[in-house]
Design a protein around this ligand. Structure first.
Ligand code: NMX
Ligand code: MLT
Length: 426
């Protein structure tokens, strides 16, 4: 089977031709309209972005290149990256060629550690991750080639190189941040007998006598990898990349969006919520206590973290995958039990509250309890794991964007007065 680059060299011209034909024949057809509510409401539901790597159907959840995420839970994240880009899962040979390529690129330049060492002791781990990605911009091959005057049809090649470079280094960087920020001792060297996520787990140094922590990391990296193009991290990365900012600039920007509590930071907020419940009721609360706590949260004008979604209208299949893992590995863990109790309680509370369009759990509702079970109690770190995984999706989307010659993003904005005049409002 072909390597990633060979495969893309074959696929991209076909895809370009397909899009060219589509635009020629149907370029003026309307696929979406925008209401005043949508323009003021985060463009919810407006179809104005193209993303071929994955799709989120409101009633089904994530499918990567047409494959439901629950059918991919046993794959390696490297396989998912190959799938995101090429529409095919790699065979054994293509997978080991990709794994070898990543291993050869994994060394982190010493200046990255120097920069991280100068950061404040209480810097948020997401700030550290985004900074580490940003400082590596000086090594961007795309930026260098662009300066030399590379042809537009070749953009995707150095972008792929930068992407592989970044993916290869992220586990070492993220594990290094964990060990430094939480005083876990010196960095741990990579073990090249391990796969990408297994190596990440190894370098964090979390005790793992059963190998279940490494398995959880593989699952974690698969589940958070991509969620079509409109979520804040992917869209931000896409928008920044559309200015031909290189993958380092673009991913760093996407990570900054992921660090918001309504997006990726919800997983740390979720665990904070669960632990507050545990502390208040001295263990696993009763259903009645949980309902009271949820109402207290809502009445204080706060959201229930891990619940609701901008697109989904069913339980997030990624939550179900984590829940299945928990039921197998730690069914009696108190924190996991509270997460399960929340799953059986919160949707009814949110339905009664009547605001959230989707009362069901999203990916962030359960992941933290599993990390906590394995002894990773530093929940400020959890979004970093999301970020490492989401980089697979952000980067595959950027490679596709440059490969397909997508335009710079520049939608039109209008003012409130313009809208009032347009709709004939007083
Ligand atoms: N708890 C309380 N209120 C909620 C929740 C929730 N979990 N979800 C939505 N609402 C409210 C929302 O704040 C809004 O209120 P208002 O009219 O006062 O502004 C109203 O319900 C309608 O919001 P929706 O249209 O249902 O949700 P929207 O698409 O605007 O936002 C989220 C989606 C995910 C931002 C929202 O559901 C939320 O804040 N959830 C909690 C945070 C969270 O779990 N985020 C993680 C998302 C997944 N990820 O990893 O990124
Ligand atoms: C994601 O994985 O990006 C989140 O579920 C948020 C989203 O899709 O909007």
């Amino acid at each position: 089977m072909a390597t990633l680059k060979e495969k893309l060299s074959e696929l991209l011209p076909q895809k370009q031709q397909e899009i060219h034909q589509l635009l020629k024949e149907h370029g003026d057809k309307v696929i979406s309209e925008v209401t005043v509510r949508q323009a003021f409401g985060g463009m919810r539901g407006v179809k104005a972005l193209i993303c071929d790597t994955s799709l989120v159907e409101p009633d089904k959840g994530l499918a990567i290149r047409g494959i439901p995420i629950l059918d991919l839970v046993d794959k390696f994240p490297e396989e998912i990256f190959y799938l995101l880009l090429t529409d095919e899962l790699p065979d054994k040979e293509a997978l080991s060629s990709l794994q070898k390529d990543l291993q050869e690129r994994e060394e982190v330049p010493s200046y990255v550690w120097d920069v991280l060492d100068t950061m404040a002791d209480d810097a948020h781990p997401m700030t550290m991750l985004s900074t580490a990605v940003l400082v590596m911009q000086r090594d961007s091959l795309f930026a260098k080639e662009y300066r030399k005057g590379i042809s537009k049809s070749e953009y995707w090649k150095p972008v792929l190189e930068d992407s592989l470079q970044l993916i290869a280094r992220l586990p070492s960087i993220a594990a290094g941040i964990y060990r430094k920020r939480f005083n876990k001792g010196p960095r741990i060297e990579p073990d090249n007998n391990l796969d990408w996520a297994g190596n990440f787990a190894h370098m964090m140094g979390v005790p793992d006598p059963t190998g279940d922590f490494a398995n959880m990391m593989r699952l974690y990296m698969v589940l958070h990898s991509d969620h079509e193009g409109g979520n804040v991290s992917a869209h931000t990365c896409h928008c920044v990349g559309s200015a031909l900012s290189d993958p380092f600039y673009s991913v760093s920007a996407g990570l900054n969006g992921l660090a918001g509590p309504l997006h990726g930071l919800a997983n740390q907020e979720c665990l904070r919520f669960v632990l507050a419940l545990k502390e208040k009721y001295n263990g696993v609360p009763t259903k009645e206590q949980l309902v009271d706590f949820a109402w207290e949260t809502l009445n204080a004008g706060k959201v229930i973290p891990g619940y609701g979604h901008a697109v989904l209208r069913v339980t997030d299949p990624r939550f179900l995958a984590f829940r299945d893992f928990g039921l197998r590995v730690c069914p009696d863990d108190e924190v996991f039990k509270i997460v399960d109790l929340l799953f059986n309680t919160i949707p009814d509370v949110l339905k009664e509250h009547g605001k959230a369009k989707n009362p069901w759990p999203n990916v962030d509702a359960g992941s933290g309890s599993l990390l906590y079970h394995f002894g990773m109690k530093e929940f400020d770190y959890y979004t970093v794991l999301f970020g490492v995984s989401r980089s697979l999706g952000m980067l595959s989307q950027i490679v596709m964007s440059r490969g397909l010659g997508e335009a710079i993003e520049r939608p039109k904005s209008v003012g409130t007065d313009w809208v009032k005049k347009f709709v004939g409002a007083e």
